[in-house]
Unconditional design. Structure first.
Lengths: 156, 122, 715
């Protein structure tokens, strides 16, 4: 909560940007706790494809979600270049497996546009807005809440 | 020298609320959770004022007031009765025992302090 | 505001204790031999709930508690007789009060209909006896008499106040000095003391105060504000407040002189007032010292000491928030893990056999164990509070089914981990309802079968060989095994005509999907079966067993570990994943001879061991790590036994250690994984999943093999 506040001024917010399959995405910095290098996970039996497994984060069991798989780009083959973004949403901690983090960007609310109506692409479901930059770059803002595995024993 | 107040109530919530209000107003606060403990705390607290609940186990508020009024050292210490009841019957009984005044729960902090100031002549 | 929240939290915590007191007291009142103090205690508890609730403006709670308290007061004063009918209302009121507290705690809307209904019943009981009805309604309006908020005239007005205390004023601890100071605070004062009645010394009678004051007050405060100064003394003094018409801009002085003509006056300073009243107070107390009411000082002294000692004993306990204890427990978990890591590093470095290192490690391990035990003791709490709640559950269940039931509890003082206490509520609730709903017969059937019409549900707890055992039993009809079998066959849970022992049939009740439509009733149905109970108990590291005797009753036995924090586990390997199998389920481990392995059909395999055929389950397949089972002669077989005495042999790649592991919840951040009860952290910092052997064996029941398990997992 405090983090969110300290990074936000009115109408502006900071976000962490990263690449997935050559597309730029970002996630609000307010919910990011830390970024770690990739380390092998413990596989969870019968988990949905996008659940990479669990890791030990200072004594807590944290689920790692493969963003690439979740957004429909296919399962990642994690390398040393991959990172796990540790994010927290409503008390739940989750790790997001992503390609290298590229940047921290400041977004002003004016630049956020709604997601155009593209036919049922899996990614659309998890993107809450499109952020346009003057240099023509476009960031896709990820909605953490929709991304999290809701009821893991009944994968959607 | 700070003014010492002994607050006696069996409800920890009320004790907490009273204690907070009193401390904020700069009083030194002593707490007890029933009449017997209240009487026992007297030598320690040597209070300038006592605030007490009526309905308490072991010894109720009336008992406490009577004990205080019957003691040699504390007979003239003002005692305020803190009670949810506002009936005249209860006031009369409290007065008969020797209560100085009363405050009806729920109290507002300012009101509590105003009554205390009045009774202490501050 | 967080300050207030803290008090609110404190209030709710207090309510839990108070409500428990109410429930216990009312139960004591059910039997005709109860002590009067019990009613007083119940009254006080409800009263305290009311008082606290009023402080936080929880009006639903206040008004209900008030009515409840009024009825209790009538019982207390023998105006109402606590017959069973009245007691039923009181019990339900206690339940309703608990619900209202809960609703307030969660800031949700309470069940208004229920509240209204009970209020109606309480009012009926109060009847015409409560004449102060109107008083009561205003009684809880927050009183906010701000002294300054009286409509104050802007121009100062003058008042003459004549004030003559009688003995009661002094006796009640009121002080004329304080009163005069309070007047002084309102504006400018001119004080004269009336000494006319002070007698000559020979006629001195110290029982009658003789002083009076006339105060001339020039103030902008209203008459109400002036009267408020005398709020506590109006009944014990002579008081006249006269507004003086300040026609000619009269100064108070002139008026005072004219008005005080009747008696000689002396001008005094506040200092003098202090002195005179001190004298008077002194006289009063001297007199009181001879009063027969005064206790001997020895008496008062001993009372004081007695309290002192009880105070010391109560200050020996402290209230600590559960968070802190949890944190401590987590840190101890970390300590155990670090210790395992250290051992591993030392082993790798080749120092493990060094006697000093070995001794040091050993004492570290010992210490960690001791600390863990101490913290467990902090967290341990008697089951009493859970058991108490079951009285209500039973009462409601009995009401809903129209059966006559009595709950007998024993072993309430048995202590278990605090977290476990909370998580036992749901399973026990379900089991109690199940016992009333399905276990017990209705009164007519019972009578026909020569049983007492009132059924009994017994809830008991005890420590047994390092575990806690809780039993829920009823003296009802027992399990109808033919019916259970029929349902299981219809649902495809067992092969038609399969040979099952009575115990095996009973444990079918715990299978997921057993609870059928025909089983669902308004009460224990709701599509939730005993499988959920079993799963919840398993999640606590416990087991549930069932035993039944036809016509005599059914008993559920729950055994729980003393702590949720650690378990003794066997570390196994499956396709490069390390997993933990709780040692409690393991019977033996073996490398099978080819001759003891027998295939059944395409995929079924069994192990013949000690004249018994045990189905083999490949854990790699169960968890989806491999498509096909390993060849039977590869790896190791671990024979496990379920609570229902069902055996199976788990096939794994290797076994490499046995050790204590710290249990970490998987559900908190992920959710439930079929066949897995929790997770742990190994010496290398990696997470390993803890296997739930019971679930695996039961889900792959009889000859249906791994496919069935996978099916359940994805369902």
């Amino acid at each position: 909560m405090l983090d969110t506040l300290s990074h936000n001024t009115i109408g502006k917010q900071d976000a962490i940007a990263f690449k997935l399959a050559d597309q730029d995405f970002c996630i609000s910095i307010g919910c990011v706790r830390e970024i770690r290098g990739w380390a092998p996970t413990t596989v969870l039996p019968h988990a949905p494809e996008y659940v990479r497994g669990v890791i030990n984060l200072r004594g807590s069991v944290v689920t790692v979600v493969d963003l690439s798989a979740r957004l429909g780009f296919g399962t990642s083959e994690p390398t040393e270049r991959h990172v796990v973004i540790i994010a927290m949403h409503e008390g739940r901690v989750v790790g997001l497996l992503a390609d290298l983090v590229s940047d921290i960007v400041t977004i002003s609310d004016d630049n956020i546009q709604p997601v155009p109506d593209i036919a049922s692409d899996p990614a659309r479901e998890f993107i809450s807005g499109m952020i346009t930059f003057e240099d023509g770059r476009i960031l896709r803002k990820i909605d953490l809440e929709r991304l999290l595995p809701t009821s893991p024993s009944m994968p959607s | 020298m700070s003014i010492r107040i002994l607050a006696v109530d069996d409800s920890s919530t009320i004790r907490g609320l009273v204690s907070r209000a009193l401390k904020q107003a700069g009083f030194e606060v002593y707490l007890a959770c029933d009449g017997v403990e209240g009487v026992g705390t007297l030598p320690d607290a040597d209070p300038h004022l006592i605030i007490t609940d009526i309905n308490m186990p072991k010894m109720d508020g009336f008992g406490l007031i009577e004990s205080v009024r019957a003691s040699a050292e504390y007979r003239s210490v003002p005692i305020l009765v803190l009670t949810t009841e506002s009936g005249t019957e209860l006031k009369a009984r409290a007065r008969k025992c020797g209560a100085t005044g009363w405050i009806v729960k729920p109290f507002e902090d300012d009101r509590l302090i105003a009554v205390i100031d009045k009774v202490l002549g501050r | 505001m967080s300050d207030m929240d803290e008090f609110l939290e404190m209030f709710f915590a207090e309510c839990d204790e108070l409500l428990e007191g109410v429930a216990t007291g009312l139960r004591q009142m059910d039997s005709s031999e109860y002590e009067k103090e019990t009613v007083h205690a119940v009254f006080r508890a409800v009263h305290s709930v009311k008082g606290g609730a009023a402080a936080f403006g929880l009006s639903d709670l206040v008004s209900f508690a008030h009515k409840f308290e009024t009825v209790l007061d009538l019982v207390r004063s023998d105006a109402l007789d606590p017959d069973p009918r009245l007691m039923a209302v009181l019990h339900r009121s206690s339940d309703c009060l608990a619900d209202l507290v809960e609703a307030a705690r969660k800031s949700i809307d309470p069940d208004h209909a229920r509240r209204e209904e009970l209020l109606g019943e309480l009012e009926k009981l109060i009847g015409v006896k409560d004449e102060n009805e109107n008083d009561d309604d205003v009684e809880f309006e927050p009183i906010s008499i701000d002294l300054m908020s009286f409509d104050a005239p802007e121009v100062p007005e003058s008042y003459r106040i004549f004030f003559e205390p009688n003995a009661d004023l002094y006796r009640s601890g009121n002080d004329p000095v304080a009163i005069i100071r309070a007047l002084d605070k309102l504006g400018e004062t001119d004080i004269t003391i009336d000494t006319a009645r002070v007698p000559v010394l020979s006629e001195w009678d110290d029982s009658t105060p003789v002083l009076g004051w006339t105060v001339l007050l020039r103030t902008t405060a209203s008459t109400a504000a002036i009267e408020d100064v005398f709020e506590f003394v109006e009944d014990c003094c002579k008081l006249e407040i006269t507004a003086l018409v300040a026609e000619q801009g009269d100064e108070g002085d002139g008026t005072a002189q004219t008005s005080s003509e009747d008696f000689p006056t002396v001008d005094v300073t506040a200092q003098q007032v202090q002195e005179t009243t001190d004298d008077q107070a002194e006289t009063v107390s001297t007199k009181a010292a001879f009063s027969p009411l005064a206790p001997t000082s020895a008496n008062a002294g001993s009372e004081g000491r007695a309290v002192k000692s009880s105070e010391t004993s109560s200050s020996a306990t402290i209230r600590v928030s559960l968070d802190r204890v949890d944190k401590l427990m987590n840190m101890i978990g970390e300590l155990v893990i670090k210790e395992a890591m250290l051992s591993q590093v030392i082993q790798t470095a080749g120092f493990a056999e060094d006697p000093e290192v070995k001794g040091g490690l050993e004492s570290l391990r010992q210490l960690a164990g001791d600390i863990q035990e101490s913290v467990m003791a902090i967290r341990a709490q008697p089951l009493k509070q859970v058991f108490q709640r079951m009285h209500r559950i039973l009462r409601e269940a009995a009401e809903a089914t129209g059966k006559q039931v009595r709950l007998v509890t024993s072993g309430e003082q048995t202590e278990v981990d605090k977290t476990m206490i909370e998580r036992l509520i749901d399973p026990l609730t379900h089991m109690i309802r199940n016992s009333v709903d399905h276990g017990l017969e209705d009164a007519i059937t019972r009578k026909r079968n020569g049983k007492p019409q009132e059924g009994t549900v017994t809830l008991s707890a005890a420590h047994k060989s390092g575990r806690v055992q809780i039993e829920v039993s009823d003296n009802g009809c027992g399990i109808n095994r033919a019916r259970v079998r029929q349902i299981a066959e219809e649902k495809g849970l067992i092969a038609p005509g399969a040979t099952l022992s009575p115990a095996e049939i009973d444990s079918l009740l715990f299978l997921p999907g057993f609870s059928s439509k025909s089983e669902v009733s308004a009460l224990s149905g709701r599509g939730v079966g005993l499988d959920v109970v079993r799963r919840e108990i398993m999640a606590l590291g416990g087991r549930v067993m069932i035993s039944s005797s036809e016509g005599k009753g059914t008993t559920f036995t729950i055994t729980l570990p003393l702590t949720l924090a650690v378990l003794e586990g066997m570390l196994i390997q499956l396709n490069n994943q390390t997993m933990v199998l709780p040692i409690t389920a393991v019977q033996e481990t073996l490398r099978p001879e080819q001759s003891s392995l027998h295939g059944i059909g395409r995929s079924g395999r069994t192990l013949s061991n000690r004249d018994e055929l045990i189905p083999i389950i490949d854990l790699g397949c169960i968890f989806g790590f491999r498509e096909k089972p390993s060849a039977s002669d590869e790896g190791v077989l671990i024979v496990v036994e379920t609570d229902g005495h069902k055996r199976a042999a788990f096939q794994v790649d290797a076994i490499f250690d046995q050790r204590q592991v710290v249990i970490k919840s998987l559900e908190e951040n992920y959710g439930r994984v079929p066949g897995v009860s929790a997770a742990t952290i190994l010496g290398d910092g990696k997470i390993a999943l803890i296997i739930d052997p019971e679930e695996i064996v039961l889900s792959s029941h009889s000859d249906q093999g791994p496919e069935q398990m996978a099916l359940t997992a994805n369902g």
